[in-house]
Design a protein around this ligand. Structure first.
Ligand code: DX5
Ligand code: ZN
Length: 217
């Protein structure tokens, strides 16, 4: 499968959200990556249901919702109702992830598990049969525009290895500090989806940057 590019709307201009959504609709972007932060799991607060719902009304592209909130199981149904196609929860934030995945899939959404930079890939092992995606954080979650943590490459390689000899498949997504310099190596290491916020939205020509990320391999 050719890799996908998922712009993170965290770096969009919220006073011109309609313009930015239209720009992404016309671009080669595959998914919209939507970062939900509660000010508890991460030291930042972003946006929630009303924004997601309005974005849902403005695009047909897949909404990839990354929940950086404590006890995400409280809100899975609401995020699905708001328009999420994929719901990813942090391993560090959820005490019963298997139940959460069951709920997400029962809602007819795809389930993702996210691990922070300091969380070892070994925590994924018992969860992999029940997810559609593994999201590997390559920065400490909470803010856009941080620099990529190089140790992430080893984690991508390790998770890619876990895919071997499995019956079920899952996608590998990388989030944080992705740029035109490291994107190729991320793909070569096994990433299927590249999330990019600052690299796209701070560039002079975001559509061109998306195209370059798409064509990097
Ligand atoms: C960070 C978020 C990311 C962020 C990525 O907590 O999960 O999705 O928006 O932004 P960049 O690509 O700027 O690092
Ligand atoms: Zn994210």
């Amino acid at each position: 499968m050719p890799h996908l590019v998922a712009p993170s709307l965290l770096s969009a201009n919220f006073l011109n959200l309609e313009r930015d959504v239209a720009m992404l609709n016309e671009s080669q972007a595959d998914w919209f990556h939507l970062d939900v932060m509660d000010g508890l799991f991460v030291p930042n607060i972003s946006f929630g249901f009303p924004i997601i719902q309005q974005i849902r009304g403005a695009t047909d592209k897949i909404l990839d919702v990354h929940l950086m909130i404590v006890q995400p199981e409280r809100y899975l149904e609401r995020f699905k109702k708001a328009g999420a196609d994929i719901i990813s929860i942090h391993a560090e934030a959820c005490s019963k992830p298997l139940e959460a995945f069951k709920t997400i899939r029962g809602l007819n959404a795809k389930a993702g598990i996210v691990i922070n930079p300091e969380t070892p890939v070994s925590v994924l092992e018992p969860l992999l049969d029940f997810v559609d995606m593994v999201l590997i954080m390559s920065v400490h979650p909470g803010f856009g525009g941080q620099s990529f943590i190089p140790g992430t490459i080893g984690k991508i390689l390790a998770v890619k290895k876990m895919l071997q000899n499995r019956e079920n498949e899952f996608l590998i997504e990388v989030d944080g500090g992705v740029d035109l310099q490291n994107a190729g190596l991320l793909i070569d290491s096994g990433a299927d989806i590249l999330v990019a916020g600052n690299t796209i939205f701070a560039s002079a020509d975001p559509q061109q940057t998306i195209l370059r990320l798409k064509n990097i391999r």
